[in-house]
Design a protein around this ligand. Structure first.
Ligand code: ADP
Ligand code: ASP
Ligand code: MG
Length: 406
């Protein structure tokens, strides 16, 4: 008898027929004698709809109240999935994140899981139930409802699989697995049989929303091997696991485009020690995630000044601007320019460690497309460039063709 954690994303529970379909799949596994823990997302569009309602009322709503609001999305689907299983005569019990013992820190809207005590889940499984857990949510030790960041149901599933020492963790979604690029944008993208944690982590953090980045980080830390596969067919999916020797043979495993970043430029920042520290400490304190940072060399006479650009997640832009406005007097920079019209294009592969000329080929491909590069950042296994959002998809197709289709 195996213990299986299955996670179903928003599209997979997007309407009542889909929920019945999920119930049928779960029932099939259970009929083979397996114990099943199901993690579900909110029905597709529900989380976005709730965010929109709040933003219609206030531009910067209280993050505590956002968590109370957003957690309701998943609470609908756990109950509906339990009802669908009951209709198939399968005993099933739904649990909120808190009821499932998912404890987090108090950083509302992007809380981190601190520990899981899944005693209730274990007891209910032992009694023969399918246990259905609300994804994306947890509770602080003080009893506050928290959410785990967008796409956070992936994290719930992987963390539960680790805590329960599950034999199998399956992430069911609306594509057949992890592809070399988003198959909705790049028609020639290929499904990968396997991918290393590090590559999946980079792709996820760089915009491939098929997995939430933090969930992959967690999987790597606790060595949770998982499969990404479709809830709409029985095709084998993609196995995400630790790196093997042969994985280095492929230079670029995947290409991603992150359209969810914004860029802030501080113009005329006084060039003296401590200024960057002050700016990024203030942003950090406001829980704004800063990604790329570029500082230009100062020119001209008078007090030396530089331009400082950085990127943040789009939903954090207003918060970042508020923090920066608060520092203007103290730091004395001249101006702030913010834009949401950027895209971050990245190539990822563990093979980059042992192959040369990859950056040159990327820049050349973009030059041939007439795409200007605004910012660059690299790590051992990835190269990212910030470009004009309007050219993002065309650039992605060209880069995919150059590195993967040839
Ligand atoms: P779920 O609701 O199941 O969590 P998501 O919408 O979060 O699903 O993620 C699945 C989507 O991720 C796919 O529909 C696909 O368009 C997108 N995606 C982006 N990059 C990739 C990739 N490299 N491979 C597969 N899917 C990708
Ligand atoms: N419902 C949440 C979201 O839309 C969590 C998830 O789907 O994983 O981000
Ligand atoms: Mg998702």
């Amino acid at each position: 008898m195996a213990l299986i954690v299955q996670k179903y994303g928003g599209t997979s529970v997007g309407n009542t027929d889909r929920i019945k379909n999920v119930a049928a799949r779960v029932a099939k596994y259970r009929a083979q004698g397996d114990q099943i823990v199901v993690v579900v997302s909110a029905m597709s569009g529900v989380t976005d709809g709730l965010i929109k309602l709040a933003k219609d009322i206030a531009l910067l709503p209280s993050e505590r109240e956002m968590d109370v609001l957003l957690a309701t999305g998943e609470q609908q689907t756990i109950a509906l999935t339990a009802i669908a299983l009951h209709a198939l005569n399968v005993p099933a019990v739904s649990l909120t994140g808190a009821q499932a013992g998912i404890m987090t820190d108090g950083v509302h809207t992007k809380a981190k899981i601190h520990n899981i005590t899944p005693k209730k889940v274990r007891d209910l499984l032992k009694q023969g139930n399918v246990v259905i857990v609300a994804g994306f949510q947890g509770e602080t030790p003080e009893g506050q409802i928290t959410t785990l960041g967008r796409g956070g149901s992936d994290l719930t599933a992987i963390a539960l699989a680790a805590a329960l020492k599950a034999d199998l963790c399956q992430i069911y979604t609306d594509v057949d697995g992890v592809y070399t690029a988003d198959p909705r944008i790049v028609k020639d993208a290929k499904k990968l049989e396997e991918i290393s944690y590090d590559e999946m982590l980079e792709l996820a953090s760089l915009g491939a929303k098929v997995m939430q980045g933090r969930s992959v980080e967690f999987a790597k830390k606790f060595d949770v091997v998982f499969e990404v596969r479709s809830s709409l067919n029985d095709n084998p999916g993609t196995i995400v696991k630790e790196e093997t020797k042969s994985m280095e043979d492929v230079v670029v495993r995947g290409v991603s485009l992150d359209k969810n970043q914004a860029k802030v430029t501080l113009v005329g920042v006084p060039d003296k020690p401590g200024v960057a520290a002050r700016i990024f400490k203030a942003l950090g304190d406001a829980t704004v995630n800063v990604d790329m940072i570029v500082q230009n060399i100062s020119h001209g006479s008078g007090v030396p000044a530089t331009d400082l650009s950085f990127t943040v997640d789009k939903p954090d832009l207003l918060k970042a601007q508020k923090v920066i406005d608060g520092l203007k007097k103290e730091l004395g920079f001249r101006d702030v320019i913010a834009t949401e019209k950027i895209g971050k294009l990245s190539i990822v592969g563990v093979g980059m460690r042992s192959h040369t000329g990859v950056a040159a080929k990327l820049f050349e491909t973009l030059a041939n497309e007439g795409v200007n590069i605004d910012m660059i950042s690299t790590s051992e296994i990835k190269i990212s460039v910030v470009i004009d959002l309007a050219r993002g998809e065309a650039a992605m197709k060209a880069v995919h063709a150059a590195f993967i289709e040839n």
